[in-house]
Each structure stands twice: as C-alpha cells, then as structure tokens.
Design a protein around this ligand. Structure first.
Ligand code: PLP
Length: 394
C-alpha cells in the first residue's frame, strides 16, 4: 500500500493541505458595496430596499404575495399562526428536519406529530402522513429536504381530503421546481436566507402565499401587530398614526440585509447550476459500493442545497462518526442533516418508531456543496471519501 492510499487518520498524507469548509456563503464585492451603500444612506432597518427586495422575490417565485422576515423560523411561525394553528391542534412534520420546523409548532401551542421519510428522497412519506392523520390534525409541514421538492400532489390530495393546511418548509429549496413550477408559486411556502443556504442575507427568510388573508395577517404580525410599516410611518408621505391590531412579533428584516439579498437573488440561478454541476461530479466520482448517493426524482428541479450520502455500514468496518473524523483529518469538513427530532432531549417523550429515518440517520453524512467550490475541491472530497471507505472495507 502506498502512502497515497492510506487515510490521514492512519498516518497517510491528507488529500489537501488547507481546510475545505462545509458551507461558506458566496459573497463578492457587489454584495459588500450594496450593504455599504445602505449604511451610508442612514436608513438601515426595514424600508424601501426591503419593499424592493420583496417585489423582486415575489416576481422570481411567481407568487401572489411574498413577505420577507428575519428568518425562515419566523416565516414558519407566522405562517402557522396566520393559518390559525393553535392550542389543541396536531401538525404532521417529518422527523428528519431542523429544530425550527418543529419548535414553531410547539410555540403555537400545537402538538407535533412526527412522520417517517421516503428512503429515496428523504422527504416526508405521504403514506405515513395518511397513517398519522387524526381528528385533531390541522396541518402538514412538508420539508423539501436538501432542495428536492416533496411529492406535493400526494400531500395536497391528503390535505384536501381531511381539510388540512399545508405550510411548506422550503428553507433548502428556493429556486427548486415541482412539475415545472417554482416552489412558492402556489400554497404557503417558507424560505431561508441563513448564511449557509442557497442564497443569503446573513439571517433572513420569506413567506410566499397565494392567500390574501394570510398575507395580510403576516404583514401585521411580523411587526408588533401594527398596521403600517415603519418607513410609511416616518417618511414624508406617511403620518405618525398607527394601530396595534394584535400582540405581534418583532420579525422584520433590515434594509442592509435586503440589499444583500437583492444581489444574491440575481445570482441564485447560477448558484444552483453550479451546485447541480458539483452534484453530477459527486454522482460520477463516488464509489457506489460504499455510498448510497442522493437521487433527483422525476418531475422536479433539485436545488441541491445538500449532498447527503449514506455510508454503507454493511460494507465498511467503521461507523459514521469515525468516517467524519477521518474526513476532517483529510482537511475536509462534513456535516449531518439531521439528528432526527425524536432523538433530542426535548422531544424524547414523543414515542414513535420511524424505521427509515432512524436507519438513514446512522449512515448519513453531508458532503460540502456550494458555488465557490472548484473542480479540484470536489475531486479532493471524492478522493478522500473513496480512499477512507476502501481502506476500511469489510
Ligand atoms: C435552516 C433551516 C430552517 C431555519 O431557517 P432560519 O432562516 O435559520 O430560521 C428551517 N428548516 C430547515 C429544514 C432548515 O434547514
């Protein structure tokens, strides 16, 4: 065995010298200039730039109404509240998701009901939704996992039959399409502009909805339950008068973030194209006898926010934790999306068996995928992963 075949964790040389970070944002001079311009303008919080950002997003998504807020978490919370979800209601949600999707259900006073995922897409399994509907069920939150749209036709059919609200968690999936239509064009759909997501405002999010009443509720709830936006109140065309309509939240975004978001939105399609190119390189390069690769199913345009592989524990003698450690010794950062919700201390009291979620989780590793990766970076990841798996093969 040559030095090059030996993993760094076993004393071989690493595939690269400097660290490949997991998911840095793509921020260029244009983004920096846009934010600085806002800072110089002296109107730094939500104002005209945010209205402009909202309009551009609305156009991109193709929705009737789009409202930007300070996170996808806030977007989900407001969407549930605006749809009337509250105490005594059950909301069906996949266990394979981030804290936010489930915490907001609890924050509304409702009860999360965890569903299993489909083994091909890692998206919520419509068959399990059907099994989990009760008289108390009021809503479903499908998560478009990793940027791949869920089976929305099946989900909408169930929702229609039982008169359920559907609020989509598209934190990973701005720009993704389902049956030729961008997510958010219909229904109520939440997006994230967190630093690691496909486009970023540092922190930020948006709700797109085709429901006028829901949009109006969210508009008021996002800023203290007050009926006018700050810029209208304080600009010369506005006036000093306002009314509190509800005990709302302080969930607005700032113009500094919106300025950043407008530049990112312009680049979003090219960002996604580069992500898709990287996914293709991984599909080709990774050794399929050791890794189960993520698939793009028929009828969708995958935004490739994540590239999660399953390390086949039947084919290697190490576990996932050791694999991640070995990758990090090769100077490559990886991650896990996600630790299933029912395995966290706060949610441990939910007693539920989710065989696909649990088995996939044990084998899950997300490889770096982002627009600024060079072909050489991608090749390093492929080489490191294949080298480690081959060394520890059973
Ligand atoms: C990131 C993420 C969120 C939360 O987004 P924020 O903008 O950080 O609030 C929600 N759901 C999923 C699946 C996510 O990955």
């Amino acid at each position: 065995m040559s030095e090059n075949d030996k993993p760094a964790i076993e004393g071989g040389s690493p595939v690269r010298e400097n660290i490949l970070t997991f998911s840095p944002p793509s921020i260029g001079q244009e983004e920096i200039d846009a934010v600085v311009d806002i800072m110089r303008s002296k109107w730094i919080t939500m104002g005209k730039k945010t209205v402009e950002f909202e309009n551009q997003l609305n156009k991109y998504i193709g929705s009737k109404h789009t409202l930007v807020v300070n996170s996808c978490t806030a977007a989900l919370h407001l969407a549930l509240q605006a749809h009337g979800i509250g105490v005594g209601d059950e909301v069906i949600v996949p266990a394979m998701t981030f804290a936010a999707t489930v915490n907001v259900i609890v924050q509304c006073g409702a009860t999360p009901v965890l569903a299993d995922v489909d083994p091909e897409t890692y998206n919520i399994d419509p068959k399990d939704i059907k099994r989990k509907v009760t008289k108390k069920t009021k809503a479903i939150i499908p998560v478009h996992y990793g940027g791949q749209p869920c089976d929305m036709n099946a989900i909408r059919k169930i929702a229609k039959k039982h008169r359920l609200v559907v609020v989509e968690d598209a934190a990973h999936a701005i720009g993704a399409e389902y049956m030729g239509k961008r997510l958010g064009k219909s229904g109520t759909v939440c997006f994230s502009f967190y630093a690691t997501k496909n486009m970023t405002t540092g922190e930020g999010g948006a709700v797109a909805t085709d429901n006028k009443e829901v949009a109006e509720k969210i508009r008021i709830l996002r800023l203290h339950g007050i009926d006018k936006d700050a810029w209208k109140r304080y600009s010369s065309e506005g006036n000093w008068y306002y009314e509190i309509k509800e005990a709302g939240w302080k969930y607005n975004i700032t113009d500094m973030q919106s300025a950043l978001g407008m530049v990112q939105l312009k680049k979003l399609d090219s960002f996604i194209l580069r992500r898709r190119e990287i996914a293709k390189m991984y599909d080709k390069g990774l050794n399929k006898s050791f890794f189960v690769l993520p698939k793009e199913v028929w009828g969708v345009y995958h935004a490739r926010h994540l590239y999660p592989v399953q390390l086949r524990l039947d084919k290697v003698s190490i576990d996932r934790a050791k694999f991640i450690e070995a990758m990090s010794k090769e100077n490559i950062q990886t991650s896990v999306h996600f630790i299933p919700i029912h395995m966290h201390p706060f949610y441990k009291n939910i007693s539920v068996s989710l065989p696909v979620t649990e088995s996939v989780y044990r084998q899950f590793v997300s490889l770096p995928i982002y627009p600024d990766m060079t072909d050489k970076d991608v090749q390093n990841v492929v080489d490191a992963a294949n080298k480690i798996a081959e060394f520890y093969k059973r």
